[in-house]
Design a protein around this ligand. Structure first.
Ligand code: HDE
Length: 722
């Protein structure tokens, strides 16, 4: 009798005479896959495949069935295999990060290209050409672990360098300034931005009352608000983001001399962002857009790279600079202190396991090495406490430095002992010092050991904010004035969008009252976007806004964008009848320009091209919307053009590409669809960014234009600026 038959005529549960079927009577066997009479699949061991075991190493014969008293009887407590498996599963989740919960990461290396030996004794900055392994995690801040990648948010940019003298963590963001000046306000800003506590929403969004309530009462946040409302907060890719250490740190030379330093990462692929409407749609089409993009690039060997640069300055500069270098809401314009390249970071290996590495990595601003030191930035000082503290809860105890991704790659020896999840087995009697019983126990190293910078401090104990931190608007204005017109339009639109989601009118009014201090025109434009009819009630600033700070072009993404297709993605929409030769020629040209090429079709297994050959697709139309691409081509034969003009997903594909000001190439057959989507009017391209591809001709015109990015001149025609 087989298991399936045993259950055909159900016996009473208490009948002891029920014949028990062998738990895995096999009815089929093929390459290790066996199906029992009851229908469950057993994948059994063949050849040298490892045996499935319990945590204790006991081989498991049957992983499909729990131990029962009778085939239909109760499950037995004795089943240690079941209990162990469920117990282990029950505890798979750990607390997510209180901020920066959503993230992804990769391994790579840092290579020194310019020595800093003259100003820092840090081992990592000594020998040009030498590589140091590292692990870098990118993240959003506000959303939970499962939130979508394209939230409007600052991005975390945290790098753990495994140097020969210990781990150095540069825990930065993709924006060089921060919301607040003092760590004591961090719980407040985070509580304000996260989902509102009574209702539990919105998720991963700053567009709600509590955030803007707090912000409108916190003028020090205005500079950061300009950045957050700019396109910096919706990056195209983690590979196309700048990174900043934000605070002023110190470099310390062999003689103990300090030089102030700010750290900058600049992406080799250039900085690029998406448009807000695109971000909203990407979040639906592919919530893992950034995570997938980084993973795929590394998988195919297209390793993302950043240049590490420093701005270094001395006490004299710090004294004469208009702002306090200890104030994390301020930056130092590159025109005043140029960036000095130091090295490059290459990310060349995806994690083997997301949980073990990305989730368990523990960054800490307090992880510094000899040759690098802190300053008195009150935000940094608070962070130095917070990271270690939060990790004890998040990672379940004090031994998380022993998790492989957190371990230093240099010798580590001390007398710290025991605690939850101790993985090491320290040897010997001696766990203290000074001691005289062991010749091998670790000892102080006065020559190489870390020595804190001998800062001279004086003053009373005060719970105050330095008056040198009082100018909250000048750099906010400088940032806004440094943006190109499309970028300014986006800031206005973002503020309008966000404040339109705020239900409390007094909060909206108060924000307008703050924006006037940045720029009255900006405030008026946002007021117009909101439909605010009254005069704006200006809120008096603590310090007057300086209107004489020169615009700084590096603060704009578009002002410094270089033409390139490297790392970008071109989508090509095809249908039955499309010429396969044209698709493959275009694909080859796109790839040789360094971009990725994806074919989108109504059916995922492809279409029947001209001549009957099948053209394979990478994505199905509904799952491959044009928001996923940087530029698009509509490559259709006449029958395809007519057919897809009746398909909403195809019309939206083209219409969105047009509204997102992308360069669009099209074949003659695509005209009916292009017209329906408004990209071709009366047989003519709607503007210079819509390019007819000559049949059989080269795509170089399209590629050339696409390499220059978006068609910004089109934007006012598709999105009315306020
Ligand atoms: Fe963080 N921050 N932060 N932060 N932060 C954390 O540490 C904190 C700040 C940043 O990929 C937490 O392990 C305080 C500035 C990144 O794992 C926590 C203050 C900057 C990451 C914490 C700040 C950052 C974090 C949460 C104000 C840019 C993710 C989980 C004083 C320079 C690291 C954790 C990763 C994570 C505290 C402000 C960057 C709670 C108290 C400014 C990139 O410790």
């Amino acid at each position: 009798m087989v298991a399936g038959q045993a259950s055909a005529a159900p016996p009473s549960a208490d009948s002891p005479s029920v014949p028990i079927a062998p738990a895995h009577r096999i009815v089929d066997a093929d390459g290790g896959v066996q199906v029992s009479a009851a229908g469950e699949v057993h994948q059994v061991r063949t050849g040298s495949t490892p045996a499935l075991t319990t945590q204790q190493g006991v081989p498991i014969a049957d992983d499909q069935n729990s131990l029962k008293a009778g085939a239909r009887g109760p499950v037995l407590l004795e089943d240690f295999i079941l209990r162990e498996k469920i117990n282990r599963f029950d505890h798979e989740r750990i607390p997510e990060r209180v901020v920066h919960a959503r993230g992804t990461a990769a391994h790579g290396y840092f290579e020194l290209t310019h020595s800093l030996a003259g100003i820092s004794k840090a081992d990592i900055f000594q020998r040009v050409g030498e590589r140091v392994p590292l692990f870098t995690r990118f993240s959003t801040v506000a959303g939970n672990k499962g939130s979508a990648d394209l939230a409007r948010d600052v991005r975390g940019f945290a790098v753990k360098f495994y140097t020969k003298e210990g781990n150095w963590d540069l825990v930065g963001n993709n924006i060089p300034v921060f919301f607040i000046q003092d760590a004591i306000k961090f719980p407040d800003i985070i509580h304000a931005v996260k989902e509102e506590p009574d209702r539990g929403f919105p998720q991963a969004a700053s567009a709600h009352d509590t955030f803007w309530d707090f912000i409108s009462l916190t003028p020090e946040s205005m500079h950061m608000i300009m950045w957050i409302m700019s396109d910096r907060a919706i990056p195209r890719s983690y590979r196309m983001m700048e990174g900043f250490g934000v605070h002023s740190f110190r470099l310390i030379d062999g003689g103990g001399k300090s030089t102030y330093v700010k750290f900058h990462w600049r992406p080799k692929l250039g900085t690029q962002s998406v448009i807000w409407d695109e971000a909203v749609k990407i979040n639906g089409a592919d919530p893992d857009y950034h995570r997938r993009d980084l993973w795929n690039a590394i998988e195919k060997g297209d390793f993302p790279e950043w240049e590490l640069s420093v701005q270094t300055f001395d006490e004299a500069f710090a004294k004469r600079f208009e702002f306090d270098v200890l104030d994390a809401t301020k930056l130092i314009p590159e025109e005043l202190i140029p960036l000095r390249p130091v090295g490059r970071m290459v990310l060349d290996r995806n994690p083997d396991n997301h949980f073990a590495e990305v989730e368990q990595v523990a960054f800490c601003t307090g992880n510094i090495v000899p040759g690098i030191d802190f300053t008195n930035d009150p935000l940094l000082q608070g962070r130095n406490f917070s990271y270690l503290d939060t990790q004890i809860t998040r990672l379940g105890g004090p031994n998380f430095a022993q998790i492989p991704v957190n371990q230093p790659r240099c010798p580590m020896a001390n007398f710290q002992r025991d605690g939850h999840m101790q993985m090491q087995v320290p040897k010997g009697r001696v766990a203290y010092e000074p001691q005289s019983l062991s010749a091998t126990a670790p000892r102080e190293d006065p020559a190489r050991g870390f020595r804190s910078f001998a800062a001279r401090e004086k003053g009373d104990t005060l719970r105050v904010r330095s008056e040198s931190f009082a100018d909250h608007f000048s750099q906010a204005r400088q940032f806004y004035m440094s943006q190109t017109p499309p970028e300014q339009n986006h800031i206005v639109a973002a503020l309008t969008f966000e404040l339109s989601k705020v239900e409390a009118k007094p909060v909206r009014d108060r924000m307008l009252g703050q924006l006037v201090n940045i720029d009255p025109t900006l405030a008026r434009r946002v007021a117009n976007g909101l439909g605010h009819r009254e005069a704006i009630a200006r809120i008096a600033p603590a310090a007057p806004t300086r209107t004489n700070l020169r615009p700084s072009p590096p603060l704009s993404i578009l002002a410094k964008a270089q033409p390139t297709l490297k790392g970008r993605m071109i989508g090509c929409l095809i249908a039955d009848g499309t010429d396969p030769a044209l698709v493959s020629a275009l694909g080859a040209a796109v790839k040789s320009a360094g971009a990725d090429f994806k074919v989108v079709a109504p059916k995922v297994e492809g279409v029947t091209g001209a001549g009957g050959a099948v053209i394979r697709a990478d994505m199905q139309l509904a799952g491959g919307p044009s928001v996923l691409f940087d530029a698009v081509v509509v490559m259709l034969a006449p029958e395809g053009g007519t057919d897809l003009a009746r398909e909403a997903a195809a019309v939206a594909w083209v219409h969105d590409a047009f509204a997102h000001v992308k360069v669009i190439g099209f074949s003659a057959g695509a005209v009916p669809l292009m017209e329906k989507a408004g990209a071709v009017m009366a047989g003519r391209p709607a503007d210079g960014g819509v390019i007819a591809l000559a049949d059989g001709g080269s795509a170089s015109g399209f590629l050339d234009l696409a390499s220059r990015g978006r068609v910004w001149a089109r934007e006012p025609t598709v999105r009315k600026p306020y």
